[in-house]
Design a protein around this ligand. Structure first.
Ligand SMILES: Cc1ncc(COP(=O)(O)O)c(C=O)c1O
Length: 413
């Protein structure tokens, strides 16, 4: 069973093992599990800081860096990131309230999403949000009505559904017929229509075309098209554009054997693109909004093996956690019909000989599996399974109440 297995791919960057133990934030994962119990999410702020510094150093200096809260809405995570990033991107009134609680000023917030309710729009306008990303003509009418009723100013930017898709990305969110944004060809008339409006002002454009992209060339090619579209719009609508939000979609090594995005290449490429377009967009500040790239690699999901079970020759490691706590690890979120296992480690047996195993959760559904036929060090009851790079779209994007299990702890270190 243990013979002839290929060596495991190296641990993703920032992780190391010592003897049988995986290390995280200066301790063994076993020590963290003993301290807080399992199942458990750990988020390491030192990693958040390192990631911020690497991003800031690689990106053009003038670039506005925004954190998309949806990736990890833990208040302490928002508080920490709010101090480093230029702003935050929101997807609901609840996120806005959390960001305010975490000390982020509304002027540094932008709010996107195809289904903002009238109450959410009013909350955002009343609280002086930096910008609302308008995703339909009807939404614009609602905002104008709210601004008039409250006699308050509101800044909008239009989320554009471009004519192109982002190559090499996980979920595609732009191009063709989509629920997100306003079709590119309709934008010039909307921009012109806002001219002279005393309360609602045109702030700029917002693009977000896809996520989890590890291909620098594909990202740069989308940015190039976005910049050209924005410059054409400014000229054709004779408008001034304060901000151009390019989106982002920067990916991280989620899956076993994934490479890393070449951040230096993206940064250098962006610098060149900005220099080239600057004469046509002299007053525009460029912005990106990133979620998983900011927080993904700061997190770990830890679950204990309750049972090592054999079924007709197959080994099943049954965890005390599962998809209800980390949906993405079960592959039911990727938009890809083929399940690609995440970076899973046996955190307390890093140096044991390999075997082929099935890693499954505690739920009574066959969907609850983190990986079938994985090659992992031989594990026993009580050993710890760790999903690496689990800081984004974990706790908050999982069906936590399914089967009424206790919630996993979240600890910010
Ligand atoms: C509008 C918008 N901004 C930002 C993000 C964050 O994406 P990611 O976490 O992949 O960086 C998303 C993700 O869906 C989004 O829809």
């Amino acid at each position: 069973m243990t013979a002839n297995l290929s060596p495991l791919p190296p641990l993703p960057s920032g992780f190391e093992a010592k003897g049988p133990d995986l290390l995280f934030a200066g301790k063994t994962v076993a020590a963290w599990a003993a301290q807080y119990g399992t199942p458990l999410y750990l988020y390491d702020t030192a990693r958040l800081k390192r990631k911020y510094e690497a991003l800031r150093a690689a990106m053009p200096k003038e670039l506005y860096l925004s954190y998309a809260i949806k990736a990890n809405p833990h208040t302490e995570v928002i508080r920490f990131l709010g101090k480093h990033y230029d702003g935050v991107d929101l997807a609901s009134m609840g996120e806005m309230a959390k960001a305010m609680e975490a000390g982020v000023e509304p002027a540094r917030m932008s709010f996107a999403g195809p289904g903002k309710s009238p109450a959410e729009l009013e909350f955002a306008v009343k609280n002086g949000i930096g910008a609302i990303s308008v995703e339909s003509q009807r939404e614009l009418e609602l905002i104008i009505g709210i601004a008039q009723r409250l006699n308050t100013k509101a800044r909008v930017y239009f989320r554009v559904n471009p004519a192109f898709e982002l190559g090499s990305s996980g979920l595609k969110m732009g191009g063709g017929s989509k629920q997100f944004g306003i079709d590119a060809e309709l934008i010039p008339d909307l921009v012109k229509g806002l001219k002279g409006n005393p309360l609602v002002t045109f702030h700029g454009l917002h693009f977000f075309t896809g996520v989890q992209n590890l291909n620098a060339d594909a990202i740069l090619s989308a940015f190039e098209k976005i910049l050209a579209y924005a410059a054409d719009l400014v000229e054709s609508a004779d408008a001034s554009m304060e901000v151009l939000n390019l989106g982002g979609g920067f990916g991280i090594p989620h899956h076993r054997g994934d490479g890393e995005l070449d951040l230096a290449k993206v940064g250098e490429g962006m610098g060149k693109l900005f220099d080239a377009i600057r004469p046509r967009l002299p007053k525009t500040r460029f912005k990106i909004e990133l979620g998983r790239f900011v927080v993904g690699e700061c997190g770990l999901y830890i679950s204990k093996i309750l049972y090592r079970k054999m079924s007709r020759g197959g080994v099943f490691l049954v965890m005390d956690g599962g998809l209800h706590q980390y949906l993405a690890a079960s592959g039911h979120m990727s938009g890809n019909p083929i399940h690609r296992p995440m970076n899973i480690a046996i955190a307390s047996r890093m140096d044991a000989p390999l075997e082929k195993v099935n890693v499954v959760g505690t739920l009574c559904t066959p969907l609850d599996r983190f990986g079938f036929n994985l090659e992992l060090p031989r594990a026993e009851e009580g050993d710890l399974i760790a999903v690496l790079n689990a800081g984004a779209y974990g706790f908050s994007m999982s069906p936590l109440t399914f089967l009424s299990h206790a919630l996993p702890k979240e600890v910010v270190l």
